[in-house]
Design a protein around this ligand. Structure first.
Ligand SMILES: [Zn+2]
Length: 158
């Protein structure tokens, strides 16, 4: 697997760009509907993030999906990927839909456990509070408080 991964990186290193803010490796070639990167690997058309996941961590068990912690379908960085069940995958795309959650109301109501978990995964990459806040359409203070563990205390941190 390791040498295959090297081969992939060598062959495709110009085909993704590192996003300096999020650290995402954004695929620059073909994108499928839904914005997933598309690559031909071993003569088969595949989703680029599935290929990088497999090369880095091994085969994807049947029935599982490779999801994005970073919520960025074109990202192929193995560190940003995780295996999920179809249910989690649905949650994943629901979160994408949740960008429209903005507006007014109780600030706490805008977030859910899942969103807070995904915010916390951004925090791990030391992304600026303001950027995370913009992404989730909340106030930077909300992010700061989550980050410090003052709110959403029941969500596990590592
Ligand atoms: Zn990413």
């Amino acid at each position: 697997m390791k040498s295959e991964w090297k081969k992939f990186k060598k062959r495709h290193k110009r085909n993704w760009k590192v996003n300096p803010i999020t650290g995402c490796w954004e695929w620059q070639l073909w994108l499928t509907r839904g914005n997933y990167g598309q690559v031909t690997w071993n003569n088969k058309p595949k989703r680029a993030h599935r290929v990088t996941y497999e090369l880095k961590y091994g085969p994807i068990p049947e029935g599982l999906f490779v999801c994005h912690k970073c919520d960025n379908p074109r990202c192929i960085r193995p560190k940003h990927l995780f295996l999920g069940t179809p249910r989690e995958n649905t949650h994943d795309s629901m979160q994408k839909g949740r960008r429209r959650y903005g507006g007014s109301g109780n600030p706490k109501a805008k977030l859910t456990d899942e969103l807070v978990l995904s915010i916390l995964s951004w925090c791990k990459y030391e992304v600026d509070n303001k950027l995370i806040a913009t992404r989730y359409k909340v106030h930077p203070t909300t992010i700061r408080l989550i980050r410090k563990g003052h709110t959403w205390k029941h969500i596990p941190r590592d």
